[in-house]
Design a protein around this ligand. Structure first.
Ligand SMILES: NC(=O)c1ccc[n+]([C@@H]2O[C@H](COP(=O)([O-])OP(=O)(O)OC[C@H]3O[C@@H](n4cnc5c(N)ncnc54)[C@H](O)[C@@H]3O)[C@@H](O)[C@H]2O)c1
Length: 260
């Protein structure tokens, strides 16, 4: 029986590359996105999140093998908070019951190396408290506060998501149900999300200063897809709550020895 994987953000970039790779490998993929997908839903809304679960339940017959929560936004807006944090968690929690009948269930989310950048502490606290109304209100304040403040939103959502993964992976709901729950933290990947930020040599140089990637520099989404496919596959049986940096070295340079 081929594995059934659900990939959010499947219409573009990393999600699209992952969907294509899994299909090449003979899996059944249920793609989820706001457009051009098997399941078209808006993960920034409660209605879209509920519809995700309903539609995936119907299409899969009630059982899936993997959830790959890839969908995300990088704009300095409140919607980024709704999609990157609350949409991703709703995807993982909403689809978790469908994983329980799989012989090898797996779940993986996409954070970012931007999780290493200083966060906005007020937004971070609202996210970790699971308070969407407060988080959206704070993000709107940051957005209105200008470019520097708005720029804090993305990294803060990804830091909170990485923490959520760490806090939940070892619980009864995930490890206790034999579901490895992990995340990845990519560096700069050449996708429609970043194309406007890395279009010119000057922009690429500025990006390299902010996100140093001595190992092979900016890379293609296919490389990320290989890692996601492994994390979502049967071979990954014992990784629990890991946030794996696939970032050409930015984590090593920014954090150095600080991890231990
Ligand atoms: N590209 C990078 O350099 C990079 C680096 C680190 C992390 N990431 C993360 O990787 C993930 C994929 O990013 P990408 O670079 O492939 O971007 P992308 O813009 O190419 O693809 C993102 C996809 O998410 C979908 N999406 C956005 N809002 C949605 C919503 N409300 N409901 C459903 N789907 C929605 C988009 O329609 C799009 O198809 C994101 O979570 C992003 O934050 C990307």
């Amino acid at each position: 029986m081929p594995r059934i994987s659900v990939v959010t953000g499947s219409a573009s970039g990393i999600g699209k590359a992952t969907r294509e790779l899994l299909i090449e490998r003979g899996e059944i993929v249920i793609g989820v996105d706001v457009h051009d997908a098997d399941v078209v839903v808006d993960l920034s809304t409660a209605a879209g999140r509920a519809s995700l679960v309903e539609q995936v339940s119907e299409l899969s017959g009630g059982s899936i093998d993997a959830v790959l929560a890839v969908a995300g936004l990088a704009s300095p807006t409140a919607t980024t908070v709704a999609v990157n944090y609350f949409g991703t968690i709703a995807t993982l929690e909403g689809l978790r019951p469908l994983l329980l009948r799989s012989a090898a269930p797996r779940a993986v989310a996409v954070a970012s190396m931007a999780s290493l950048f200083p966060p906005d502490d007020i937004l971070l606290a609202a996210l970790l408290a699971g308070n969407e109304a407060d988080a959206l209100a704070r993000a709107s304040e940051l957005e209105a506060g200008g470019a520097e403040q708005g720029a804090l939103i993305y990294g803060t959502t990804k830091r909170a998501l990485a923490r959520w993964i760490r806090r939940n992976a070892a619980t009864d709901a995930w490890a206790g149900a034999s579901i490895p729950l992990n995340a990845i933290a990519p560096g700069v990947v050449d996708t429609p999300m970043t194309s406007d930020m890395i279009a010119t040599p000057q922009q690429r140089e500025a990006m390299a200063t902010m996100v140093p990637m001595p190992l092979n520099g900016i890379f293609e989404p296919r490389s990320v897809a290989y890692l996601l496919a492994w994390l979502a596959g049967e071979e990954n049986a014992h990784l629990c709550g890991q946030v794996i940096f696939i970032d050409g070295g930015s984590d090593v340079i920014i954090r150095g020895d600080a991890t231990w």
